[in-house]
Write a protein that binds this ligand. Structure first.
Ligand code: NZQ
Ligand code: ZN
Length: 385
């Protein structure tokens, strides 16, 4: 196992009816900005429930945060928050609302150009307002981590920042608030969670047995429970397990002390910026092809995954790896997330454009071996068609 430090300060408040506990987590004197997305939180009644829980607080609202949250939208919220002298931010939504709110929290007290905070993976952030989360979409893991992914279409950027000041103070996880998710977002959430586990698992062995077994446990839960959420959207236990799974997949625990990959995520950002493909859709396309192209560097873990996750024991090593990759693709498709670029109307002509963007963003040595060069990305994308 590799050396590591681990600290996660986010308090989780889990379960049905837990929204009414948020008042206990925010100072009575706080001026609260509630942030949300394009309307689902109003339609489902979650927003009203939050406002009732905060009766007596001075509240301002900012809605309209789009999926893959935009810098320009966030700057509007920052202006409002400064004007209203906000000192606590409460995100009500999925990864996009949470990430946008994290970036707001860093920008509001920052005196210089906000764009500087997106440079060098957010290392310039030395202070941020406190934030809380009411999660409505289990997928990103943002509710219990220090990351935010911010898009800036005018510059063709989607960038990840990571900073200890971005951990939420608390996150409310009420599984009943996910009952209204459309099938597309249920599938996206399960696939994104699955790939978060794989990004921290499918590398090379370092005798991280705790991490491996935890990761394998999460993968099994996703395979067992994922489709049940599509068939029976109001099954509480299914939703509860998927919600906790998404949080556990990216709160730092399974990735501590083991190598990590993240190349699929990084390449996926370019697909989202260029072609508007949903985040989970990008990685559903990329992962099977990446495992095939990077088979040698990931051989031991691919064989372990084949056996422990899919029960594949027969055949040559190459056959077992191929079978595991096929099972992975079938699983994504069973969650109704398509796994080919052509499914999203993207053709071979896009390949040089995607590679050019990665180069422009300095992403030329990706993956746990830094072996995913532009030439390797080209090969991967050809297999994605
Ligand atoms: O905008 P509204 O109307 O609220 O609708 C949203 C949105 O259209 C809808 N939705 C959310 N909760 C709902 C609901 N619809 C019905 N019922 C509910 N309960 O779902 C749509 C997608 O929401 P979004 O927040 O964009 O989805 P997700 O949680 O998948 O977040 C995606 C973003 O997270 C980033 C992605 O890059 C992307 O920008 N990620 C963040 C990470 C992190 N911070 O650690 C890691 C991830 O790898 C990921 O990159
Ligand atoms: Zn992701």
């Amino acid at each position: 196992m590799q050396n590591f430090e681990f600290q996660n300060p986010t308090k989780i408040i889990f379960g049905k009816g837990s929204i009414n506990q948020i008042a206990g987590e925010i100072s009575k004197k706080a001026k609260v900005l509630i942030t949300y997305g394009g309307g689902s939180a109003q339609r489902s009644g979650v927003l009203d429930e939050v406002k009732i829980a905060l009766t007596g607080y001075e509240i301002t609202e900012f809605g309209g945060i789009e999926p893959n949250p935009e810098y320009e939208t966030i700057m509007k919220a920052v202006a409002l928050a400064r004007e209203m002298k906000i000192d606590f931010l409460l995100a009500v939504g999925g990864g996009s609302v949470i990430d946008a709110t994290k970036f707001m929290a860093a920008v509001i007290p920052f005196k210089n150009d906000p764009a500087l905070l997106l440079e060098n993976a957010g290392s310039a952030i030395i202070h941020a307002l406190p934030i809380g989360v009411v999660l409505t979409l289990p997928a990103s893991g943002s509710e219990m981590n220090n990351r935010a992914i911010i898009s800036r279409k005018e510059l063709m950027h989607k960038r990840a920042i990571m900073n200890q000041f971005l951990f939420p103070r608390f996150a409310v996880l009420d599984p009943t608030k996910t009952y209204t998710l459309p099938v597309r977002q249920i599938g996206n959430g399960v696939v994104d969670t699955f790939v978060h586990v794989l990004e921290q698992y499918m590398t090379y062995p370092v005798e991280g047995k705790v991490q491996d077994r935890l990761a394998e446990g999460l993968l099994h839960v996703l395979i067992e429970e994922g489709h049940k959420a599509i068939i029976n959207p109001q099954d509480y236990d299914v939703r509860a397990n998927l919600m906790w799974c998404a949080t556990m997949a990216l709160n730092g625990i399974i990735g501590a002390g083991v190598p990590q990959d993240w190349a699929a995520h990084r390449i996926g950002y370019e697909l989202t910026v260029l072609y508007g493909v949903d985040h989970a859709q990008t990685i559903a396309v990329l992962v099977p092809a990446m495992f095939k192209v990077l088979e040698q560097g990931k051989r031991e873990k691919l064989l372990q995954y084949a056996e422990r996750i899919w029960g594949i024991n027969n055949g040559s090593e190459a056959e077992r790896i191929d079978a595991a990759i096929n099972k992975t693709r079938d699983f994504f498709e069973s969650m109704q997330v398509k796994t080919r670029l052509s499914d999203y109307g993207i053709t071979a002509e896009a390949i040089p454009i995607i590679v050019k963007q990665l180069k422009a963003h300095g992403m030329v040595k990706l993956g746990e071996h830094q072996s995913v060069s532009p030439e390797v990305v080209e090969k991967i994308l050809e297999l994605c068609l």
